[in-house]
Design a protein around this ligand. Structure first.
Ligand code: SAM
Length: 268
């Protein structure tokens, strides 16, 4: 046995040469406006990529496992809308990155709680859609793959329990269907201000469900000052897109209502 005694033996000899870990990086691919994972050991060209975060190899190895539709697990797997397959936990080719809600500040208390949760990347203003009321706008370029949420609100078991109509998502829970009603501005978050598109070209977000929570993901690059629009699903969204029903908007698989019924979950 080779025992090294510090101070007596060669200290270098005691250190087992650490295996070089491959680093990965989540980046924005500037040309396409999409998130991407690249090997991060080499220097990144800032003209091609903007770095978001490093991904350790151990974490990277847990990503991108393709799951057969029959083996899909609500709590661990995510449906990739572009590959039309489930992955554990998400697709490596089309990765996701979650933007957290802003921690509401006390000195902002004149605004409703939901407004105070909006991340710095966004702003609430009058919607570009006539009669829609308020909406949410990007303050900077937002790439495909960014995820927002979960949608916050009061959990209800029946539609008759909603505070107001028009702000609830229906969720396929483990013990059956329930609703998340975001109509109360003190009991919800900024996602309650996002409107529904009038036609497919306006849609830039897709709602999906993970472990009984609803998230929105970016499916089309969003330019600064552009409004965020998430398809509410057939039951509600079609109210706002009657002229465009011939060309159905993108929804998560099996989405039937304003409410995401997607088999589309992932865990953060
Ligand atoms: C989740 S809220 C969105 C935020 C809302 N605009 C506000 O000011 O609080 C849903 C409501 O917004 C309005 N809305 C959303 N999308 C719309 C659209 N495309 N056309 C008209 N009204 C819309 C409807 O009144 C709907 O009930």
């Amino acid at each position: 046995m080779n025992i090294q005694i510090p101070g007596i033996c060669d200290p270098e000899a005691a250190i087992e040469k650490k295996k070089e870990e491959i680093k990965y990086k989540m980046v924005v691919e500037l040309e396409k406006g999409h998130l991407k994972i690249i090997q991060g050991n080499q220097k990144i060209d800032p003209n091609c990529y903007t770095e978001i975060q490093e991904i350790p190899q151990s974490q990277y190895e847990l990503l991108g496992k393709k799951i057969a539709d029959d083996d899909f697990c609500q709590d661990t797997d995510i449906h990739c809308d572009r590959c039309n397959s489930f992955y554990r936990s998400f697709c490596l080719k089309h990765p996701l990155f979650k933007i957290h809600d802003k921690q509401p500040q006390e000195n902002d208390a004149c605004k409703p709680y939901a407004e105070r949760t909006i991340p710095h990347l966004f702003v609430i203003g009058e919607s570009t859609i006539p009669t829609a009321g308020l909406g949410v706008f990007a303050r900077a370029f937002i790439p495909v793959g960014m995820v927002f949420g979960p949608y916050k609100g009061v959990r209800c078991s029946k539609k008759s329990e909603f505070f107001h109509d028009g702000y609830a998502w229906e969720v396929d829970g483990k013990d059956g269907t329930f609703y998340i009603d975001g109509s109360h501005p003190e009991k919800s978050n900024w996602l309650r201000y996002i409107n529904s598109p009038r036609h497919v070209n306006e849609q830039n977000l897709l709602a999906f469900q993970v472990s009984g929570r609803v998230y929105y993901r970016v499916i089309k690059p969003i330019a600064g000052a552009e409004e965020l629009l998430v398809w509410y699903g057939q039951e509600y969204g079609e109210e706002y897109s009657k002229e465009f029903q011939a060309q159905p908007l993108t929804t998560t698989p099996s989405s039937k209502t304003r409410i995401s019924r997607a088999k589309n979950p992932f865990i953060w």
